[in-house]
Design a protein around this ligand. Structure first.
Ligand SMILES: Nc1nc2c(ncn2[C@@H]2O[C@H](COP(=O)(O)OP(=O)(O)O)[C@@H](O)[C@H]2O)c(=O)[nH]1
Ligand SMILES: [Mg+2]
Ligand SMILES: [Zn+2]
Length: 278
């Protein structure tokens, strides 16, 4: 039989074969190889085979992620550099990203601003957990999906609103969360919705691209769909778009590339270059 791992509880796995849930232990071999929530497996009395993965996230540990919802909100102040890093990460790992503007009850203008910056190349949607208005998000849930984004942006509240069960995820007090900055680690579960699954644990409140990808700084700009046309006008093919006769700089000056995307590109470039100097 074949199925999807939806829960890992110590050494016992829950497998969804599309009709029902089986509780199964791994074989010695598959246990040693490692099995993660999101894995597609073959099983009978035990899990006999883990099928090849398209990706594997580390924190939280989830395999075969199809879609990632990057949550930002008016409060805390959005970290757009983190958003850009997650977009790059998703591109590298074959994950479809969404930018989700949460807590729209606090400020209606953020969605329009984000849409203007990202909307041409990425899906931008808005939700409000407090109003239980999360349909724009739930209707996109297909395959294995997970939420990401900075601490206190409202991820747990969205998960709770979706499943309408406040026991699923702990909602933190905003100020306490910021002060502490750290999340507690939890077991990951995939919860089933109509067309797919949503992980009950969110990730990426912080992301160091050089730690989690093989991305070379020379290639960074190729992960910016909004730079593509401009890059054709750079004098040198190896242009890093930080100085010189550069199409990207020209487009930024002409307002065709958002200043913020470019400023954060330079910061990420700088981070990646200094990560190489030991
Ligand atoms: N005004 C407003 N506050 C929200 C909304 N969603 C969450 N919050 C608040 O934002 C804070 C952080 O929420 P939480 O879900 O724990 O964020 P997480 O750290 O990303 O999981 C909490 O104080 C929530 O009550 C919303 O839709 N509107
Ligand atoms: Mg949370
Ligand atoms: Zn250039």
């Amino acid at each position: 039989m074949r199925g999807l791992i939806v829960t890992k509880n110590a050494n016992l796995f829950s497998i969804d074969d599309g009709k029902m849930i089986y509780k199964v232990y791994p074989s010695g071999k598959t246990k040693e190889e490692g099995i993660y929530v999101g894995d597609n497996v073959e099983f009978d009395e035990c899990i006999t085979k883990v099928l090849p993965r398209k990706n594997l996230l580390i924190r939280p540990p989830i395999a075969n992620v199809d879609k990632m919802f990057i949550i930002i909100a008016p409060l805390p102040k959005p970290d757009f550099m983190l958003v850009d890093k997650i977009l790059i990460y998703c591109d590298i790992y074959g994950i479809k990203p969404y930018i989700v503007v949460a807590k729209y009850d606090l400020d209606q203008t953020l969605y329009d601003k984000v849409k203007a910056i990202y909307g041409k190349y990425y899906k931008v949607i808005k939700v409000c957990a407090h109003k239980k208005d999360i349909n724009e998000l739930t209707r996109e849930i297909e395959g294995v999906c997970t939420l990401a984004g900075q601490s206190a942006s409202g991820k747990s509240s969205i998960i709770n609103a979706i499943f309408d069960d406040s026991r699923l995820a702990e909602i933190g007090n905003l100020s306490r969360k910021i002060a502490r900055g750290k999340q507690t680690t939890r077991i990951v579960n995939l919860y089933k919705l109509d067309k797919g699954y949503l992980a009950d644990t969110a990730g990426f409140s912080y992301l160091d691209l050089s730690m989690v990808t093989d991305l070379e700084y020379q290639k960074l700009s190729s992960y910016y769909p909004d730079f593509l046309k401009a890059r054709a006008e750079c004098k040198y093919r190896s242009c890093l778009h930080d100085h010189g006769e550069c199409g990207v700089i020209k487009y930024v000056e002409q307002g065709k590339i958002p200043q913020m995307r470019y400023t954060n590109y330079l910061k990420i470039l700088d981070e990646m270059m200094s990560a190489r100097k030991y």
